[in-house]
Design a protein around this ligand. Structure first.
Ligand SMILES: NC(=O)c1ccc[n+]([C@@H]2O[C@H](COP(=O)([O-])OP(=O)(O)OC[C@H]3O[C@@H](n4cnc5c(N)ncnc54)[C@H](O)[C@@H]3O)[C@@H](O)[C@H]2O)c1
Length: 257
């Protein structure tokens, strides 16, 4: 299958973690021919990923951005348009959770962080690129939810994070409907557990990190490559009739027969 991504310009957020999904996406898109704008609040990591994109023969820029800060985001969008004259692809992969704890014990700063990063960060970046994509009548956006956000009982201990990720789904579906006639596709990836930095970065959560490490040893985690393959498909024209869809990328989670 030919994805025809040569010389597409892709902004990918969350590329700083060197074992994360965002870096895997950046490198996969570069292998497929994209130039990559590597965005993270971890500048050293974003730069490292950009350097590795360049080693694949593509152009790359790196920016330190907090996706909760709309000024940071506007700077990236302007600099990308100045350098490349277009933005074909946005992958809103950056995300973080404040840690597992019952909702009744959460502090307001914790649920603000969950919602500001995962839901509002995605809204901020989507809003910043859409005017350009509408002018071009072309664009591909992939947003990140989680497997846990569409379970009947969510994920105990993660109420605000799961709410933000479920909100991301309906935000994406709604905007996908609004811009669907104008050459823009917006889809959602819902990863299963991945052995990235996510569980270690998510506050005081060593137990969850340990569970994911054990799953990884059994080959039951979602890898950056698993995610990157799905993203490459969604940002190509091969999937141009898919919009507002959730692609769950996960090892089987149910009981064995
Ligand atoms: N790993 C999992 O088990 C899992 C499961 C479901 C969904 N997800 C989602 O997948 C996405 C990628 O996570 P990952 O597993 O690669 O984690 P990771 O921690 O390895 O990478 C996440 C990256 O996002 C960056 N980031 C966090 N907050 C940011 C902000 N405000 N501004 C800019 N950058 C920020 C971090 O610096 C980090 O580089 C996230 O949206 C996460 O919610 C992960």
């Amino acid at each position: 299958m030919e994805l025809n991504l040569k010389d597409k310009v892709a902004i990918v957020t969350g590329t700083g973690s060197q074992i994360g999904f965002g870096r895997g996406i950046a490198l996969m898109l570069a292998k497929e021919g994209c130039h990559v704008i590597s965005v993270d609040m971890d500048l050293a990591g974003a730069k490292q990923t950009a350097e590795d994109v360049k080693k694949l023969g593509r152009k790359a820029l790196a920016f330190k951005v907090d996706i909760t800060n709309r000024t940071d985001i506007d700077t990236v969008v302007s600099a990308t348009l100045k350098e490349f004259g277009k933005i074909d692809i946005l992958v809103n992969c950056a995300g973080k959770a404040s840690g597992l704890r019952p909702f009744v014990t959460m502090e307001p700063e914790q649920w603000d962080m969950d919602i500001d990063t995962n839901l509002k960060g995605t809204i901020n970046f989507t809003r910043a690129v859409l005017p350009h994509m509408l002018t071009k009548q072309y664009g591909k956006i992939v947003n990140f939810s989680t497997h846990a956000a569409h379970q009947p009982t969510g994920l105990a201990g993660s109420a605000a994070y799961v709410a933000a990720k479920a909100g991301t789904v309906m935000f994406s579906k709604t905007v996908a409907g609004e811009v669907g006639h104008e050459g823009i596709n917006i889809n959602i990836i819902a990863p299963g557990p991945g052995n990235t930095n996510f569980h270690k970065a998510s506050g005081n959560d060593p137990a969850m990190a340990k569970i994911v490490e054990t799953l990884a040893e059994a080959g039951k985690t979602t890898t950056p490559e698993d995610i990157a393959h799905a993203v490459a498909f969604l940002v190509s024209d091969v999937s141009s009739k898919l919009s507002g869809q959730i692609l769950e990328v996960s090892a089987p989670m149910g009981p064995r027969r």
